[in-house]
Design a protein around this ligand. Structure first.
Ligand code: GLV
Length: 310
């Protein structure tokens, strides 16, 4: 069962190659460009597809994505159909996302940015805080990471609501499903977190029209994909006061170009796509489990439905 890994990022050789070699030591692990005979390769561990991938490995059975988001493979002309695609589900990603999202929710909830910007003009002891129980946080997307964030924020005492394509049940979280319920979900969200998969249905969902349905002064956290956000709609929404703050980890063009207006806008906090990173140790365990399950003819967690788009 020869497995091919193609390093792409700077973390790959120092972190992923040793973790894959250790965690899959009993399997035939090959690191690109040392592919050997390409017709041997049955599984590929990858961040994305490359030119030639569709035909180079005629016996490929599965692509194991190192990322949770798989929009880069769906519809890609080099995806080697009929191979299966497995998106990454592993506890390190969810844990990192919970840290990131809760940190920005707390920052916006306690108005840290306004208080710090006010400096010495803020009266000592003069601010009555809103408590978490009176703050509504809305999570769009209730998959592995959205669900984990919803539970963590509910445990911190926030009024958490979630919106997803289909109905979910999460204790302590009010769940809204489908486009019909989107306006009810948005109405009242003080802080909106986007953790949706990127599909034709969700692309451009963070738009002027959506912002107008939030309470005035709401804040936005986008940790899903850059294409969820209509970038040209964000700055007018912030400048008009409809939105108060935005924390963005993902962008249409990454790295975010140095002259992009998001860098200098005082109400936008930019981070370089670091909200949640797949952790090699736990990621390799998930890859191993998926390979074993596929070998037994079972559907592993994260098996992608190409029609649905994730
Ligand atoms: C990160 O963006 C991921 O999809 O894992």
């Amino acid at each position: 069962m020869p497995i091919l890994f193609r390093p792409v990022y700077s973390v790959d050789n120092p972190h992923w190659v040793p973790a894959l070699r250790a965690g899959l030591a009993d399997l035939d692990m090959r690191i690109w460009p040392d592919v050997g005979d390409p017709s041997d390769i049955t599984h590929m561990v990858a961040w994305k597809m490359f030119p030639g991938d569709r035909t180079a490995y005629p016996n490929l059975r599965a692509v194991l994505s190192l990322s949770a988001g798989v929009n880069q493979y769906i519809g890609h002309p080099e995806f080697p159909h009929p191979a299966k695609l497995i998106r990454m589900i592993e506890p390190g990603l969810s844990s990192g996302m919970v840290d990131y999202v809760t940190s920005y929710v707390l920052r916006f909830h306690r108005d840290h940015d306004l208080v710090q910007a006010g400096g010495s003009t803020i009266p000592w002891g003069g601010i009555m805080p809103t408590l978490a129980k009176d703050r509504v946080v809305g999570i769009m997307g209730l998959g592995e990471m959205g669900g984990a964030c919803a539970r963590a924020l509910a445990a911190l005492g926030f009024r958490v609501r979630g919106w997803a394509r289909t109905h979910h049940t999460i204790e302590g979280v009010g769940v809204y499903a489908g486009h019909d319920q989107l306006p009810h979900f948005l109405n009242g969200c003080d802080i909106l977190v986007c953790l949706l998969p990127l599909t034709p249905d969700t692309e451009n969902i963070l738009s002027r029209d959506l912002f107008a349905q939030l309470p005035r002064g709401a804040s936005l956290i986008n940790v899903a994909r850059g294409k969820h956000l209509v970038e040209d709609d964000l700055i007018p929404a912030l400048d008009s006061g409809q939105l108060r703050m935005a924390a963005l980890d993902v962008f249409r063009t990454e790295p975010l170009p140095p002259d992009h207006p998001f860098w200098s806008h005082k109400q936008i906090l930019v981070t370089p796509h670091i909200a949640a990173i797949t952790i090699p140790e736990t990621g390799v365990a998930a890859i191993r489990q998926a390979i074993m399950m596929l070998d037994r003819g079972e559907d592993p967690p994260g098996l992608v439905d190409f029609e649905r788009g994730y």
